[in-house]
Ligand binder design. Structure first.
Ligand code: ADP
Ligand code: ASP
Ligand code: MG
Length: 407
């Protein structure tokens, strides 16, 4: 008997009609003889509302465990409602919170990692012909407190459960019908990809293509989970995430991604001496703040330099507070922060073997008069930091420049 994990995102469960629609879709699969384990997000907008409430009281995020307690609650609503909707269609179902489904995580509240899953409760449920409906985005930490897996984390819950249950497929149902060459909401000429490699999807997700959470792709790659992204509203073929050798024709560039979730921080007039970078980045790492692009400018006077980097916008207040506390010990003039930036990236496995891809990116942005504030690269990706107001312009221009526009 085929076993599938089906995950439905926020827009797919945004109201009772949509929940009924999800129930009907799950029922069709069950009636066709498949075993289905469902994973759900909260209703669209609900998690944002919960985050806003917590931030209204605790903007510096000093109590991440209580943040998780509040923010995880959105999924509790949708799983219960779907179980009811399924039962009304004659499909026995039972809802599970993360901890009830055996999802254990580390204690990094707000961005916890799954450390283990005991699939016994879900297996029992499946074996007795009951559809488990699991709350995505959450688990339980080592001290017994609720944790969340970072925004968009129910994708990760779904893939992790698919791996733990040995499912044949993990279907991610969302509000677009697949993975596109770029966000179809800002580039109408974006093309749907029939297949995308794990590696490209991982890079695309990590630089902002939020159609899949980055960790979900990393897990899928590691445990060889067959992931498919498809529409929960239409019956159309979606996008399969596959190994590189399953792709017949490789493109030089497979996609463009962007994110407005980062902020730029500059530590101005730092003493240019050994150990300074370690003294700045060590305390940030200890506070679990990820740093992404880093640029150190050449010292003009031989004594001082500027160090510029990006952190996620949510971490900016904490990052600033930590850096201010280091001013005397490290020795710098001031910290400048700018959250009016966007990171735009070009991704493609073809970059490994072809020169000139970065040049085309820089030339295209120059033609549009867009200034580049920082650059970072990996083997199959180039990212630039630009002023936020040019995001759409840059993404559209690059999409055309690499020949990705639908004709
Ligand atoms: P869900 O609530 O179902 O998890 P998300 O909003 O997290 O949905 O992800 C789907 C959204 O991702 C789409 O509505 C689309 O705007 C955005 N997106 C960004 N980049 C891409 C891409 N390359 N392909 C498809 N969708 C993308
Ligand atoms: N509800 C959570 C969020 O909005 C998790 C998810 O949708 O994947 O981030
Ligand atoms: Mg999502």
């Amino acid at each position: 008997m085929t076993l599938v994990v089906q995950k439905f995102g926020g827009t797919s469960v945004a109201n009772l009609d949509r929940i009924r629609n999800v129930a009907a879709r799950v029922a069709r699969h069950v009636r066709a003889g498949e075993r289905v384990c469902v994973v759900l997000s909260a209703m669209a907008g609900h998690t944002n509302q919960l985050v806003d409430w917590v931030m209204g009281l605790d903007p510096a995020h000093y109590d991440p465990a209580e943040y998780d307690q509040v923010v995880a609650s959105g999924e509790q609503v949708t799983i219960g409602l779907l179980a009811i909707a399924l039962a009304r269609l004659g499909i026995p179902a039972r809802s599970f919170l993360g901890w009830q489904a055996g999802i254990r995580t580390d204690d990094a509240h707000g961005k916890a990692r799954i450390v283990s899953i005991d699939p016994t409760p879900l297996r029992r449920c499946l074996e007795s012909g009951i559809v488990p409906v699991v709350a995505g985005f959450q688990g339980i930490g080592p001290d017994g407190r609720i944790t969340t897996l970072g925004r968009g984390g129910s994708d990760t819950s779904a893939v992790a459960l698919a791996a733990a249950l040995g499912a044949d497929r993990c279907d991610i149902f969302t509000d677009v019908d697949g993975v596109y060459t770029t966000d179809p909401r800002i580039v109408p000429k974006a093309r749907k990809l029939d297949r995308v490699t794990y590696e490209e999807m991982l890079e695309m997700a990590s630089v902002g293509a939020k159609v899949l959470q980055t960790r979900s792709v990393a897990l899928a790659m590691r445990y060889k989970v067959r992931v498919q992204v498809l529409s929960s509203f239409e019956d159309l073929p979606g996008t399969l995430v596959v190994d590189e050798d399953e792709i017949v024709e490789t493109q030089l560039v497979s996609g463009i991604a962007y994110t407005r979730d980062e902020a730029k921080v500059s530590v101005v007039r730092v003493l240019d001496r050994p150990g300074v970078a370690a003294a700045i980045f060590g305390p940030l790492a200890e506070a679990n703040i990820n740093v992404d692009m880093i640029v150190q400018s050449v010292s003009r006077d031989g004594v001082h330099t500027n160090i510029t980097f990006t952190v996620s916008r949510a971490d900016l207040p904490r990052a600033k507070a930590i850096l201010e506390g280091l001013r005397d010990a490290v020795g710098f003039e001031r910290v400048d922060a700018d959250d009016g930036v966007a990171k735009v990236s070009v991704i493609g496995v073809g970059m490994r073997s072809h020169a000139g891809i970065a040049h085309r990116m820089f030339a295209t942005l120059a033609e549009k008069g867009i200034n580049i504030q920082a650059i970072s690269t990996s083997e199959i990706k180039i990212s630039v930091l630009i002023a936020e107001e040019y995001t759409e312009l840059a993404v559209r221009a690059l999409h055309a420049a690499y020949g990705l526009d639908r004709t």
